[in-house]
Design a protein around this ligand. Structure first.
Ligand code: GDP
Length: 444
């Protein structure tokens, strides 16, 4: 499904990764091409826009790790953003409810609802060892109930005996009762579809929902219908409420836009992919794996990840070594501040350290949010190397220069220096303890 998009993107990134240095213009040009490729893959327009905006701003702000090229860095950023767009974590069917757990399948006619009902039942039975009952609530299409019964039989799954003349809600009630009496873990209700969304369909779905109180409402949508599938998901969610999406016919030559836009547009996760007509043609939806499939650059992504880990380790080791000697200069402070930004500010960081209650209180009083941290990093960035190593040389005129260089006031510079002094004293005290103190042990 992602073949042509994947080809386009690898073309773009091949060019980019082969270069040594990248200008902002290079990145912009690449982003224009990515945008075009996504639009041609039928990804919703506003999803495309927000995607490329985020990639661009991350790419501009990113520090390039020494052992990778800027192009590789951009690939990694695009990859991470793709994963985020797809929902980050894989989400599967949630069975965390009292048995029998009711699952309701909804969707248009021909989307693959009945086939998917059987696929899910088979998977829950074989992989999760659950006892599953399936029931067709489709009284509109003459052969629908029989179709599900046959599918059940082929896969060794019990289906609710067919009783002619019952309404969908009657069947739902009977299915739940049978599931309870029969000791089933899960009961899957396959509802009727229409060729398009209409009011009676939505009313019927709402009625069934009210009676069955399903733990999961899964929308089955045909990936070949592209943006229509996305709009369908939005309508169903607004009217009935869905808990997840199953995209079918992903083995076909759809352009992938539906899969890529679904999550961002509806806020609901794609949980499963239908990958063929057979009853075992069902896959979990793993955002990370899908992103790899689309980018086709798994090697580069893991290269950058490894390099980033190494850098963190290197820095941490150096910092630990210095701390052991009781040294804590302004470079160290800047580095700590940058890390704090990553892990949720100063109180997040200090919360992880033992024995710093007093300083923590003082720092909290200083209101150290992200903005303050950024300002402090800017102040340190305006100092010379010598000043960072040895803050004692900072007299009034230098402080003035630093304040204007970082767009702050002399008081801000003083406040930062005071904080540094407190931390340096603390580090020194810890450094004197045997073995480098708690912090030394933590970091080493
Ligand atoms: P329903 O009307 O929504 O219940 O649709 P059905 O379950 O009857 O499916 C309609 C057709 O789509 C059948 O021929 C299925 O075999 C086929 N189908 C369902 N899911 C997939 C899929 O993931 N891939 C392919 N290639 N065909 C599928």
């Amino acid at each position: 499904m992602f073949d042509s998009l994947s080809e386009r993107l690898s073309g773009i990134f091949d060019k980019l990764t082969r270069r040594g240095a990248l200008s902002e213009a290079d990145v912009n040009e690449a982003m224009r091409e990515v945008r075009r490729a996504l639009i041609e893959a039928d990804v919703a327009l506003d999803v495309v826009r927000s995607f490329t905006d985020k990639v661009r701003s991350r790419a501009v702000g990113a520090e390039v790790i020494r052992s990778v090229t800027p192009g590789q860095m951009v690939v990694k950023i695009v990859h991470d953003q793709l994963v985020e767009m797809l929902g980050s974590e894989a989400e599967t069917i949630d069975l965390n409810a009292p048995a029998p757990v009711p699952i309701m399948m909804v969707g248009l006619q021909g989307s693959g609802k009945t086939t998917t009902t059987a696929k899910i039942a088979r998977r829950l039975k074989e992989r999760d060892k659950r006892k599953v009952l399936i029931a067709s609530l489709d009284v509109r299409r003459p052969a629908a109930q029989e179709q599900l019964r046959v599918l059940g039989e082929q896969n060794g799954i019990d289906s609710l005996p067919i009783v002619a003349g019952q309404s969908p809600t009657d069947i739902a009630t009977r299915a739940l009762q049978a599931a309870r009496l029969g000791g089933y873990d899960v009961v899957i209700l396959d509802t009727a579809g229409r060729t398009h969304i209409d009011e009676p369909l939505m009313v019927e779905m709402a009625d069934i929902k009210a009676i069955a109180k399903p733990h999961e409402i899964l929308l089955v949508a045909d990936s070949l219908t592209g943006q229509d599938a996305v709009n369908l998901a939005r309508s169903f969610d607004e009217r009935v409420g869905i808990t997840g999406i199953v995209l079918t016919r992903t083995d076909g030559d759809g352009r992938g836009g539906a899969a890529l836009s679904m999550r961002a547009v509806t806020g609901k996760p794609i949980k499963l992919l239908g990958t063929g007509e057979k009853s075992d043609a069902l896959e979990d939806f793993h955002p990370g794996r899908i992103a790899n499939r689309i980018l086709g650059m798994g090697d580069i992504v893991s290269l950058v990840e490894k390099a980033a880990q190494n850098i963190d380790m290197e820095q941490a080791k150096k910092a630990a070594e210095k701390m052991r000697k009781g040294i804590f200069d302004l470079d160290d402070l800047a580095q700590q501040l940058r890390q704090m930004e990553k892990i949720g500010g100063m109180s997040g960081m200090l919360g992880m350290m033992p024995g710093v209650g007093k300083i923590k209180k003082q720092l909290e009083g200083a209101n150290l949010d992200d903005r303050v941290i950024k300002r402090q990093v800017a102040i340190i960035g305006s100092m010379t190397k010598e000043e960072r190593r040895n803050p004692d040389v900072l007299k009034a005129s230098r402080k003035k220069r630093i304040a204007s260089g970082s767009g702050t006031k002399v008081e801000d510079v003083n406040r930062l220096l005071k904080m540094h002094r407190q931390m340096a004293d603390m580090m020194k005290a810890m450094g004197k303890q045997k073995g480098g103190g708690m912090l030394g042990k933590m970091m080493g």
